[in-house]
Ligand binder design. Structure first.
Ligand SMILES: *[C@@H]1O[C@H](CO)[C@@H](O)[C@H](O)[C@H]1NC(C)=O
Ligand SMILES: *[C@@H]1O[C@H](CO)[C@@H](O)[C@H](O)[C@H]1NC(C)=O
Ligand SMILES: *[C@@H]1O[C@H](CO)[C@@H](O)[C@H](O)[C@H]1NC(C)=O
Ligand SMILES: *[C@@H]1O[C@H](CO)[C@@H](O)[C@H](O)[C@H]1NC(C)=O
Ligand SMILES: *[C@@H]1O[C@H](CO)[C@@H](O)[C@H](O)[C@H]1NC(C)=O
Ligand SMILES: *[C@@H]1O[C@H](CO)[C@@H](O)[C@H](O)[C@H]1NC(C)=O
Ligand SMILES: *[C@@H]1O[C@H](CO)[C@@H](O)[C@H](O)[C@H]1NC(C)=O
Ligand SMILES: *[C@@H]1O[C@H](CO)[C@@H](O)[C@H](O)[C@H]1NC(C)=O
Length: 544
């Protein structure tokens, strides 16, 4: 090659480079402010089958920015902030009308956990102080009549920072919490049904800062529970109380659980394929102690992915575009994972997060290793400690909360208490895809389906042109979200036959419903039809 040829060759490479960069750093998605003041900071959230989201923070934050209904007050001498409090610490957000109404929670819900039961009732457990043994129920309603009901000593142990999961038998399991190296069930089956030891929580308890709170728990298709705490995991048979499998430590050995808060999801479940777990972000060992001395260590920038059914499972590590602690992971209707909120340094805990990460990232599990992450458009609102995220039926992602302070502090602090609700709309909601977006015709929303059945799903496509091989039917269990973890979150990709034309722009695909309650515990799910990665608005279905 002559020097000129070499030069033009190099130039052409240089010219190609920026294009590649544009591809890998493509900004996408859209942010909308929904409400500027819901009165409380969204520390815990759960979407119910009424398309309402129950939101609550803690009773001892002091006076919130929303009053209890009709002159009600809560008189609680044990409240650590305000013994007579006429403000609400829980609200119900109605997606359709984009409005909130106050709810009445009496005992302290701080750092608690929850599960939606098979009948659609939210059962929320534990908290702090006078609420640490409480069980609170919330039945969805579509008028404004529903409110919390509380059972003050519904739990055997105090549960503060515990994780819940719904079980195939319709009960909830409640695992761990501060200084609780055990688990229990709700409801109890007998008076002898109390709590059961879980030595794994002793083994993963770091001396100075537990690093194993809010463990990441997933129900595996074999009926066992995958439990990740600190830097490792077990497969646990909760019926026999035995460890079925011990997974290797996550490479690097840094903790991923509270307060080194990373996040985790069970990747989309497909028929006859082993389940995979993805754990992302967190903070290095020592980060909490360092943060308490004003030294905010960089968050972890790695994810570990593991096939939990493999005979000798190994973690495969991947690097995120940005380091993140206190990020949330949300399964999107098309099977991609949204990683959103959180900080670039510090840890969970009062005042311990720094460098908010404003750009979400989408992770595409089926892309080849090395090309799975895509950075999204950024928000302008830091979402630090005590922020939450849930997927809505229309495909938007509801984002709220952030309060790293022991009170509501709106001024004079680094990250003011946030009372807003925002929506992040992934690019699949862009108007340019409207013509590809399926619309479900049948089944009707709120239909009941059984296990192991073939059901027809009918939908229309506006253009009247369907790419049959890109059609996917998915089912998402709406999770209980707090402290960067979404309990009970799971997405199933239903196996389907060919897409047939049944009318003008109307198509049908027959899909198999899940084959067992291990794969999909009975209860309410949102069913989506996905066409070329673009999801329909979902419908509620109840599997029994
Ligand atoms: C998102 O990012 C794209 C590409 O950078 C940009 O064109 C678009 O305006 C952004 N949208 C919003 C709502 O910020
Ligand atoms: C709290 O409510 C008052 C009015 O009721 C409003 O002026 C103020 O902006 C609210 N605070 C926040 C942080 O939204
Ligand atoms: C519990 O152990 C018994 C006997 O070892 C076994 O037959 C049974 O399958 C186990 N239960 C579960 C849920 O694995
Ligand atoms: C604090 O961070 C430094 C490095 O930044 C590290 O050497 C030290 O061990 C950390 N402290 C603790 C208590 O882990
Ligand atoms: C936060 O709010 C509490 C209660 O209103 C107040 O006592 C405290 O001084 C505030 N902290 C800061 C840093 O403003
Ligand atoms: C149809 O969808 C399949 C699967 O996503 C894809 O491989 C194929 O390229 C698509 N065909 C067209 C014409 O877009
Ligand atoms: C689906 O279509 C393919 C190609 O037309 C055909 O080979 C296959 O048998 C069909 N499957 C079913 C279940 O009808
Ligand atoms: C088919 O449906 C489209 C849109 O719904 C409509 O515009 C068109 O007239 C219909 N064609 C027939 C033949 O019914």
């Amino acid at each position: 090659m002559t020097p000129t040829l070499i030069l033009s060759f190099l130039l052409s490479i240089l010219l190609l480079l920026p294009r590649r960069n544009i591809l890998t750093t493509a900004a996408d998605g859209k942010w909308d402010l929904l409400l500027s003041d819901i009165g409380i900071s969204a520390m815990h959230m759960q979407l119910l089958n009424s398309d309402r989201v129950v939101i609550f923070d803690r009773t001892d934050f002091g006076a919130s920015n929303i009053s209890l209904p009709a002159g009600k007050c809560r008189n609680d001498p044990s409240d650590t902030a305000l013994a007579a409090d006429c403000t609400a610490h829980s609200v119900e957000y109605d997606v359709a009308s984009n409005s909130v109404r106050p709810l009445t929670v009496l005992t302290d819900t701080w750092c608690s956990s929850g599960t939606v039961m098979p009948d659609g009732t939210l059962v929320q457990t534990g908290g702090y102080n006078d609420g640490d043994h409480a069980v609170r129920m919330y039945n969805p309603c579509s008028d404004d009549s529903c409110d919390w009901r509380e059972i003050n000593s519904g739990l055997t142990q105090r549960r503060w920072y515990a994780t819940n999961h719904i079980l195939p038998d319709g009960r909830a399991i409640i695992i761990g919490g501060r200084r609780q190296f055990n688990y229990e069930f709700y409801p109890k089956i007998s008076t002898a049904d109390k709590s059961y030891n879980l030595p794994f929580l002793v083994q993963t308890n770091d001396a100075r800062m537990e690093n194993n709170l809010y463990p990441f728990v997933f129900l595996n298709r074999d009926g066992n529970l995958f439990i990740f705490a600190n830097n490792r995991a077990i497969l646990f048979d909760y019926v026999n109380g035995s460890v079925v499998k011990t997974y290797p430590m996550i490479p690097g050995g840094d903790p991923r659980s509270y307060p080194s808060t990373g996040s985790a999801v069970l990747l989309p479940l497909k028929n006859n394929i082993g389940a995979e777990v993805l754990v992302c972000g967190g903070a290095p060992r020592g980060a909490y102690v360092n943060a308490s001395n004003g030294n905010f260590m960089n968050a972890l920038d790695t994810c570990g992915r593991i096939r939990i059914d493999d005979p000798s499972p190994q973690w495969v590590m991947e690097t995120m575009p940005t380091a993140r602690v206190m990020g949330d992971m949300v399964l999107l209707p098309n099977g991609n994972v949204l990683i959103i909120n959180g900080a670039g340094s510090g840890t969970a805990g009062w005042e311990y997060g720094r460098d908010p990460i404003l750009s979400p990232v989408i992770y595409r599990p089926d892309n080849p290793l090395g090309s799975r992450f895509e950075v999204q458009n950024s928000s302008s609102t830091p979402r630090m400690y005590h922020s939450t995220v849930v997927l809505l039926r229309d495909g938007r992602v509801l984002v709220g909360g952030s309060n790293p302070h022991t009170y509501y502090n709106f001024t004079g602090v680094l990250f003011p208490t946030d009372l807003t609700l925002e929506a992040f709309s992934p690019s699949y909601l862009d108007p340019e895809f409207a013509n590809s977006r399926p619309q479900i015709v049948s089944p009707a929303s709120q239909s009941r389906i059984g296990y192991k059945q073939q059901i027809p799903v009918r939908f229309t496509i506006p253009t009247g042109r369907v790419n049959g091989s890109s059609i996917m039917v998915t089912m998402v269990a709406p999770p209980f979200t707090t402290h960067s973890f979404s309990m009970n979150q799971r997405l199933l990709i239903l196996s389907g036959g060919n897409v047939t034309t049944v009318g003008n722009s109307t198509y049908q695909v027959r899909v198999m419903t899940p084959d067992s309650g291990n794969l999909a515990p009975s209860g309410y799910y949102i069913l989506f039809v996905v066409h070329r990665d673009i999801p329909s608005v979902g419908i509620w279905i109840r599997i029994t």
